[in-house]
Ligand binder design. Structure first.
Ligand code: ADP
Length: 432
């Protein structure tokens, strides 16, 4: 029988007994009064004891001894407490494991609250950012005051990442990324990319040095080839053919070295900025192109007299590469259109040809270094595979983007989109 049922049975029996004795002795009411008072006092005593036990945190290895329904109540609360204790222990273990694993991470991790206040940091974050346990609750931008970092936090565009130096060890370069998650919280991850940067620098230096060192022997070789060709001695047909081949390959190699040097310059040299007169620059490039092809294939449409802020030599080489490609990859008699215009948000230079076009799948790849479509044909059409990589780098340095549209067999349009913020009017060219 359950305690509550037993309690009811006892109460009923007691009531029955009092009624019988009360009826026999004529003391019905006093007996009832005494019995109820005793029961009430007992209940009051037990309630008080139970309350004190609960208030004390229901501690103890076993619940206190009690009778009837109270024994049941003590037992139930005791079980609840035991379950809670077990769950707490389990949770504590999970948190402990999480803490240990995040502390073992080489990357710094910081949990930020709604107002950029620090909620939690791992060990790497303490070392990399010089944070202390007492910094909890402080706003991170008050502790890491690099303007670029503070702007990054304020702007809230966390699809982007940012690279800064460690405030503790300036030689350490950090790649910072923020991930938003529930309740307005954000996780900041900082990865030490110093080693990667160093290797990248070694690669750049190596390419620049090799290209530079190759320049002199190539010039000497070219000179000797020309001398041999210019000799008055009659050469055998095999020698003439070999000399021609050697000259072609030397020229190709020289072109490659020049492109590599230009690329490494684009990667390392500080940017220059002046108002570049684009209509004028295009006129020069157009003349060069016409001279190159000895035909009047180039058509020019200049719809804007604006220039852009940037580096003239770099823009010259980017636009010339686009024009050379358009001429190279289309028939010798098909037109190539160069257009300079302003749209709602950009100043646009586009080069359109009616050539062979580019397959959709290849478009994202053609700006990679050394990437050339159709290896077989590449031997026929000379090139280094570096032209569009140069274009991409130059545009990047001018906050511009390259947009490629192409239809196989119909032709391609390469557009350079400059932000209007770069628009300028050249001193010699004020009409528009
Ligand atoms: P390359 O020296 O080979 O011209 P680029 O980097 O300039 O190197 O171009 C990469 C590849 O993209 C080229 O090999 C060519 O296949 C393709 N390509 C570039 N421009 C055009 C174009 N206007 N029409 C068709 N294909 C093109």
């Amino acid at each position: 029988m359950r305690s509550w049922d037993r309690e009811v049975v006892i109460a009923l029996l007691l009531g029955f007994l009092i009624t019988i004795i009360g009826s026999l002795t004529g003391l019905f009411l006093p007996l009832w009064l005494i019995a109820t008072t005793v029961i009430l006092m007992w209940q009051f005593y037990e309630t008080n004891r139970f309350n004190k036990w609960l208030a004390g945190g229901a501690k103890g290895k076993y619940p206190p001894k009690a009778k009837g329904i109270w024994e049941e109540l003590y037992h139930q609360v005791y079980l609840l407490k035991k379950r809670e204790k077990r769950q707490k222990k389990k949770l504590g273990k999970i948190i402990d494991q999480f803490r240990k694993s995040t502390d073992a991470l080489p990357d710094a991790a910081i949990v930020l609250g709604k107002h950029d206040e620090i909620e939690w940091v791992n060990t790497a974050a303490k070392q990399i950012f010089g944070l202390k346990q007492t910094d909890r609750g402080q706003r991170l931008p008050n502790l890491i005051r690099f303007p670029a970092f503070v702007n990054y936090l304020n702007e809230g565009n966390f699809n982007e990442s940012i690279v800064i130096n460690s405030p503790m060890i300036p030689q350490v370069t950090l790649f910072i990324h923020i991930i938003k998650y529930g309740g307005g919280l954000r996780l900041l991850l900082a990865q030490d990319i110093s080693q990667l940067r160093k290797m990248e620098q070694i690669r750049k230096d190596f390419v620049a040095n090799v290209s530079h060192e190759l320049r002199t022997p190539l010039t000497v070789l070219k000179g000797y080839l020309e001398t041999v060709q210019d000799t008055e001695q009659t050469l055998s047909p095999v020698s003439v053919y070999s000399l021609k081949l050697m000259q072609e390959q030397t020229a190709r190699m020289q072109h490659l070295v020049d492109d590599l040097l230009l690329l490494s310059k684009l990667e390392t040299q500080p940017k220059k900025s002046q108002c570049v007169d684009i209509p004028n620059l295009l006129a020069v490039i157009g003349q060069e192109g016409d001279r190159l092809q000895k035909t009047g294939r180039i058509q020019m449409t200049i719809d804007s007299r604006y220039g852009v802020m940037g580096d003239e030599l770099e823009l010259h080489s980017a636009f010339a590469n686009l024009l050379t490609n358009a001429l190279k990859y289309s028939a010798d008699d098909s037109p190539v259109l160069i257009q300079w215009r302003q749209t709602g948000q950009h100043l646009v230079l586009s080069v359109t040809d009616r050539g062979e076009g580019i397959p959709d799948l290849e478009i994202p790849r053609i700006t990679e270094r050394f990437y050339r479509i159709n290896v077989k044909r590449s031997h026929v059409v000379p090139g280094t595979g570096l032209g569009l990589a140069i274009v991409k780098h130059v545009l990047l340095r001018h906050d511009a983007t390259l947009h490629i549209e192409s239809n196989l067999g119909k032709g391609s349009t390469f557009s350079c989109l400059f932000p209007l913020a770069r628009k300028c009017i050249n001193d010699n060219n004020t009409s528009h």
